[in-house]
Design a protein around this ligand. Structure first.
Ligand code: PLP
Ligand code: COI
Length: 359
């Protein structure tokens, strides 16, 4: 792929600066390319980060034909940069595209665009503890018109944002509200695709329970409202008796998380059993109440491993534990040690990007 790299004007050249949290500050440059049936993918360029100019009738704004990804770049102790399993994100983006009747991206070109952009913006990869550069590839439908059909033209862009922990409070546990009244996704729907509509569907309930002290909603299956699916921005896992990790099996309506998959592969190397199973919320709550479930945690790129202190269901709170548990802590350490290049990577999960020494 030929990527045109536009020069940055002097006043567009800002350094990594405070304050950044999660997704509130963006780097100087972004990647864009366009698709039309006649030209295929074309006009790949890296230029200044800038607003998009879209006709008000652009279909993405009306019918939500859009997908995105979330990847992180980590500063290694040697000053170079690691991406974590970016191949999986690139592959998932194409699965999301297929589900949303969108054009496929060329996987190698997509990864090259990510790597080229991160390398150009390498000074924006922070080096503080648990800091990273969050990468957000996005694909939107750009046909103009109000007819409901799959767009013939697309814009693919990638933006970068220096990131600290996703939840305020860092590794402090989050509280989770189990929704009985609303669902996020249904088998046959778009739950396995990383598309904006899934998040839009979650907002009403998430906003309602936030002032009650719950940072995330746990979604149940849409048919029986009984089987545990995932939380708003993470997959979820339960630890039985301090050693047996169980996460909901992929049901056809939950996102196939890359962190989830990594935990399933990493856990046995740390002496834990890990399995995927169908989990009935009533059994889960019973096992929390009896103490058989000793930990609950969420897993995701943005949130990494997020311990859960309590679940609310039908006006009742089920407390798991106040402080992060040993399994969540061990997984967090093992996972982030690989991500940041502090430990061996026996799985071949990291892609090292060599960069000049930062000033
Ligand atoms: N589930 C949802 C709904 C998400 O938004 C995310 C975040 O990406 C995840 C799960 C975790 O996926 P991953 O570990 O690939 O980031
Ligand atoms: C991620 O973890 O990358 C996500 O996409 C979560 C997000 C919606 C903030």
């Amino acid at each position: 792929m030929e990527i045109t790299i536009e020069p940055l004007s002097e006043n567009a050249r800002r350094p990594l600066a405070e304050p950044f949290g999660f997704g509130n500050v963006f780097t100087n440059r972004m990647f864009t390319q366009r698709y039309t049936a006649e030209q295929g993918w074309h006009d790949a360029r890296i230029g200044p980060y800038a607003p998009l100019m879209l006709d008000p009738a652009t279909v993405v704004l009306h019918y939500g034909q859009e997908i995105f990804e979330g990847i992180k770049a980590y500063r290694r102790p040697d000053g170079h940069i690691n991406l974590f399993r970016p191949w999986e994100n690139v592959a998932r983006m194409n699965r999301s595209a297929a589900r949303m009747a969108m054009v496929q991206l060329e996987p190698e070109a997509h990864l090259e665009a990510i790597v080229t952009l991160v390398r150009l913006e390498h000074e924006w990869v922070p080096n503080g503890e648990n800091e990273s550069l969050y990468i957000r590839p996005t694909l939107i439908a750009t046909d103009v018109g109000l007819g409901v059909y799959a767009s013939k033209t697309y814009l693919h862009y990638i933006i970068l944002s220096p990131a600290r922990s996703y939840f305020a409070g860092g590794f402090k546990p989050v509280s989770v509200y189990v929704s009985k009244d609303y669902v996020r996704a249904v088998r046959g729907g778009t739950g396995t695709a990383k598309t904006g509509g899934n998040y839009a569907a979650s907002l009403l309930e998430s906003e309602r329970v936030k002032p009650l002290g719950y940072q995330q909603v746990l979604w149940l299956d849409a048919v029986e409202r009984r089987y545990v699916e995932e939380v708003g921005a993470m997959n979820i896992a339960f630890v039985y008796n301090g050693k047996h990790i169980v996460t909901p099996a992929l049901s056809g309506s939950i996102l196939e998380g890359i962190t989830r998959d990594s935990v399933l592969k990493l856990a046995p190397t740390l002496g834990y059993e890990a399995e995927e199973a169908r989990l009935d919320i009533h059994d889960v709550l019973r096992d929390i109440a009896s103490g058989e479930i000793t930990e609950v945690f969420g897993m995701g790129t943005a949130a990494v491993i997020a311990p859960v202190d309590r679940l609310a269901y039908a006006e009742r709170d089920y407390t798991v534990r106040e402080a992060p548990g040993p399994v969540a802590l061990a997984l967090f350490k093992a996972l982030t040690d690989i991500q940041y290049g502090r430990a061996e990577d026996p799985f071949g999960w990291t892609l090292k990007i060599e960069v000049p020494a930062s000033t």
